[in-house]
Design a protein around this ligand. Structure first.
Ligand code: ATP
Length: 459
């Protein structure tokens, strides 16, 4: 019996989860847990179905994207939460091309939205720039350009070898992404759209971009639109990112400029992205790849995936939950509760415990609760998860409340009470949506707290 997505009247939002390879398999489960907790609190109906597509399956069975997969995702799911693909055992990266590019092309996910937003001043490498200076959206065309795989070799392997890669640009494809960028600006009260190309060198493909841009911009007289060559854009975005609200560009340039933007806003570990076809099954993923060099060490930053999840919840129309996730990320960054890529000592799984507002009733008498040690989250398997608002203080002597916004007193943090640490997180407006029950439950972790992480500047 095929599932019916929420958008077609099904009982729950159906999310396909594809963790993929490398750190995708570490960050994605954490994001799923955070989404579960946020939606449970507000009683949003959501269902996750996980798929094991990735390098392991490809090497084991020779299957990358199984037959019928695209149709199933298109007809039976509202969204896809994606991790990352790439594995040194598959040097050709064939499975990644089949799965990720396959889904982008076959689901016609023509909008790749990559927000560049500085969430804490100390995270940018730019001097004297603050949160209010770095806030823009990059729209990358996602179904055409140099990524379509049209090309070939001639006399391969010889001294006379020739390699050709075609840059494919259709009028329809260029027009719809430029129009989407203008519409996004208008709907979000943003005043500036910049289209970027290399039409001075790519005199055919990007001449088309020029002509389409000039036509479409006429419909948006209320928006200040401009054009920059991509090399100039790269310079300007570093020199003064305040100039930009919305950038729209082709597939290749969008890939590059959004990675540049990611660094301006704190690095790849924090950057989210959405692959969208409005009204249809769309795919949400962190910008980073599978990062084999850190895979399996537990140090991957899950916040890019959590922020991508926020984009997904917003796409489903669930803005309060999306906002709660973003605010929880902001609060963590503000308190320097971060993984090593941002100068901290937190592990990938710590964030779930921090973000969620559920009470975990531990099954054993003396549970391993040392959150700062390398205790895998599996060791903390809860016997029950219940919303914190259903508990009274001290009702469960061995419970562990995983969450922020749990406050008994006005003290923000208490430590070392007979070998235990009790934490009362400050109730800030940002975390309030995640903690409607503040004041009812206390958080008790055995020797939880380590020293605050050094900021990237002091590393
Ligand atoms: P791809 O080509 O698959 O997009 P990439 O070349 O952009 O991948 P990534 O795998 O994304 O490379 O990562 C580059 C480096 O950035 C990694 O080796 C890792 O050190 C760091 N990095 C990326 N994502 C994270 C993360 N979530 N947490 C911590 N470090 C990360």
């Amino acid at each position: 019996m095929p599932g019916i997505p929420l958008r077609n009247g099904g009982p729950a939002a159906r999310i396909a989860v594809i963790p993929g390879d490398g750190i995708g398999r570490e960050v994605t489960p954490q994001a799923v847990k955070v989404i579960r907790a946020a939606t449970a609190l507000t009683k949003r109906p959501i269902e996750f179905v996980e798929f094991d597509w990735g390098a392991d399956k490809y090497l084991r069975e020779g299957i990358s994207l199984p037959p019928g997969a695209v149709e199933m995702l298109r007809d039976e799911f509202d969204a896809i939460l994606f991790g990352a693909l790439g594995d040194p055992r598959v040097p050709s990266n064939q499975h990644a091309a089949d799965i990720l590019l396959g889904l982008r092309f076959k689901l016609d996910l023509y909008v790749n939205a990559r927000p560049v937003e500085l969430l804490h001043d100390r995270l940018t490498p730019l001097r004297d720039r603050t949160e209010k200076d770095i806030r823009l959206m990059v729209f990358r065309e996602n179904t055409e350009g140099l990524y379509v795989g049209v090309g070939g070799f001639f006399k391969k392997g010889t001294a006379d070898e020739i390699a050709v890669q075609e840059d494919v640009n259709s009028r329809k494809g260029v027009e719809r992404i430029i129009r989407y960028a203008f519409e996004y600006a208008r709907q979000n009260g943003l005043k500036r759209v910049c289209m970027s190309d290399k039409s001075n060198a790519m005199t055919f493909a990007h001449d088309l971009w020029q002509r389409v841009f000039k036509t479409v911009r006429q419909e948006y007289a209320d928006i200040d639109s401009r054009h920059l060559y991509i090399d100039t854009l790269a310079m300007e975005i570093v020199r003064d990112p305040r100039q930009f609200d919305v950038i729209v560009t082709c597939n290749l340039f969008g890939d590059i400029i959004s990675d540049l933007g990611a660094q301006l806003a704190g690095g790849l570990g924090l950057a989210p992205s959405a692959n969208i076809h409005p009204g249809k099954t769309s795919l949400f993923e962190p910008v980073h790849g599978s990062a084999p060099n850190i895979a399996g060490k537990g140090i991957a930053n899950p916040l890019g995936s959590v922020l991508a999840s926020a984009m997904m919840l917003e796409y489903l129309g669930w803005k309060p939950e999306a906002g709660a996730l973003r605010n929880a990320v902001r609060a963590a960054l503000r308190q320097n509760y971060v993984t090593p890529d941002l100068g901290g000592d937190k592990r990938c799984w710590h964030f779930y415990l921090r973000f969620t507002n559920c009470v975990i009733i531990m099954p054993s008498r003396n549970p391993p609760m040392c959150a700062h040690q390398a205790t895998p989250p599996e060791a903390l398997v809860p016997s029950a998860l219940i919303p914190a608002r259903n508990c009274r203080r001290n009702q469960y002597p061995r419970m562990m409340t995983a969450g922020i916004g749990i406050r008994k007193t006005n003290t923000s943090v208490r430590t070392r009470a007979r070998g235990y640490s009790s934490m009362y997180a400050p109730m800030t407006p940002e975390i309030a949506p995640l903690a409607p029950s503040a004041g009812t439950v206390e958080l008790r972790l055995k020797r939880t707290w380590s020293k605050p992480a050094p900021s990237p500047q002091t590393r």
